[in-house]
Design a protein. Sequence first.
Length: 501
Amino acid sequence: MADKLFIFDTTLRDGEQVPGCQLNTVEKIQVAKQLEALGVDVIEAGFPISSPGDFNSVIEISKAVTWPTICALSRAVEKDIDTAVEALRFAKHKRIHTGIGTSDFHIKYKFNSNRDEIIERAVAAVKYAKKFVEDVEFYAEDAGRTDNEYLARVVDAVVRAGATVVNIPDTTGFRLPIEYGSKIKYLMEHVDGLGVGKAILSTHCHNDLGMATANSLEGVLNGARQVEVTINGIGERAGNTSLEEVVMALKTHPYLNIDTNINTTKIYPISRMVSSLMNMPVQPNKAIVGRNAFAHSSGIHQDGVLKNAQTYEIMDPKDVGIDDNSIVLTARSGRAALKHRLLVNGIDIDDEKLDKIYEDFLRLADKKKDVTDDDILMLAGADRSANHFVKLDYLQVTSGVGVRNVASIGLKIANEKFEATATGNGPVDAAIKSLKKIINREMIMKEFTIQAISKGSDDVGKVHMQVEYDGHIYYGFGANTDIVAASVEAYIDCINKFVNK
Ligand code: KIV
Ligand code: ZN
C-alpha cells in the first residue's frame, strides 16, 4: 500500500504574508472552503495573536469547514498559545503550531540566548500547548541553517514532550535538495520517536533559490510525511513550495508509492481564485497553473499533440481542472448562469450579493464580448470600494497624438463632491495629476504595473500600484476595461488605505 503524505496548506498564513495581498475574513472563508473541497489535510488559518483580523479569521474558518484540521500559529510563548487555543474553539479538528528559531543566527541575534535554553523553551511550549490540544506541531525556525546534531536534540526533546508533528523549515530557502534531503534522513535515523505510528516530520521550504519544490520532494523521499505548501507557491519574498507542483510530481510518478488526498481536478479553479482574490498574477510559465503550462506553440509540438497528446504532454490538463469547454458568459446570460459559474469557481453567494455582481456583470458584458471566469472572479472580489472614504465620481480624459492630454476628475470624499482638471504627458499622468490636485498630499508612486486579465483589446486591465506616503508604502488595486480608469481606481485604493488608518 502507498504511503500517505499529509498536505498542510499555509496559503492563508504564510502565503497571506505577502505585502498587498491580505484577504478579509469573507475571502478567507471562500478559500478555506475550496481548500476543503481540494482535499487538504490541514489548513493553517492564521497567527491569532498577530492581529484581531487573524484571530477572527481562525474563528470563522473553524466554523466554516468540517474535515480538515484547522491549525493556528504561535510563538513559543504562553500568551500566543492561549490566544491560539481561544481562536480554535470552534474547530472540529484542531492543531497548535508552536515553535522557536534554532539556528545559531536566531539563538544569538534574535533571542540573545543559548542552545540549552532554546530547548527548554521549546519543550515548555509544547507541554503547555498539550494541555489544551492533542495535536501539537513544533517548528524549528531556520532549521535549514541549524546544524543537524543540535537539530536532532531539539526534535528529540519536543517529540518526548508530546509533539505529533515536527516542522523542519528551510526558512531562508538556502538549502540544496541533496542537503535538505540528508537533513531529513539524519533526523529520521537519529531520533527514536519518529516513524510509522509515531511523530512525523514536515517539510516547509521557501523558494529563494527556486528549489522549494525539489527540496520538499527530497524531504519526502527521505522520510517526511507532511509537506507545507501554498496555492500558486505564494508567500513572502520568492514564496513557499507550491501545492500543485508537489501533488502533480507525485501523481505523475506513481512508482514513488506516495499518495495524497488531493482531488487534482480542483487545482486550477483554486489557483485562479487565490490569484484573483489576492490580486496576485500567476506568472504565465508557472508549472501546472500558468497560462502557458499546457500551450503548445511550435508547429512540431502542435502536430505531435494532435496525433497523440502524450507525445509532448506528461499530464492531461483535465486532471488539474483545466476545461477548454468551460462556458463563457455573455450579456444574454442570466443570474442562474452567473451563479452557477461562480459556484464552479468556489464562490457561494447570497441573492443580495448576486444581484450586485449581476449588475456589474451586465455592465462589463456590454463592454466585452465574452465574460470569462477570471472576469467574474474579479467582479466577485470587486466590492472592496464599497466602504471607501474617497470614491471616484467621474473621469473624463482627452488624449491622442498631436493633442494635449487633459483629464477632468470628480471625487466624492465623505459624500462631498470635488473636481479638478490637469494636463500630463499621457492620459494616466493627466488623470493622476488631476486627482492629486484634490488630495493635495505628498504621495510618491513607487510601483505601477498594468496587466490584461486574459486577452483581446476589450479585456479588463488590472493595475497594481504602490504609493509612498508619510514614510509608509500603501498597496492599491484597480480593474477596469479602461486602463486609465483602472489606474485611477488603484491610486484611490492606496489613498483609502492611509485615510482609513
Ligand atoms: O518559514 C518559517 O520558518 C515559518 C515558520 C513560522 C513555520 O513560516
Ligand atoms: Zn515560512
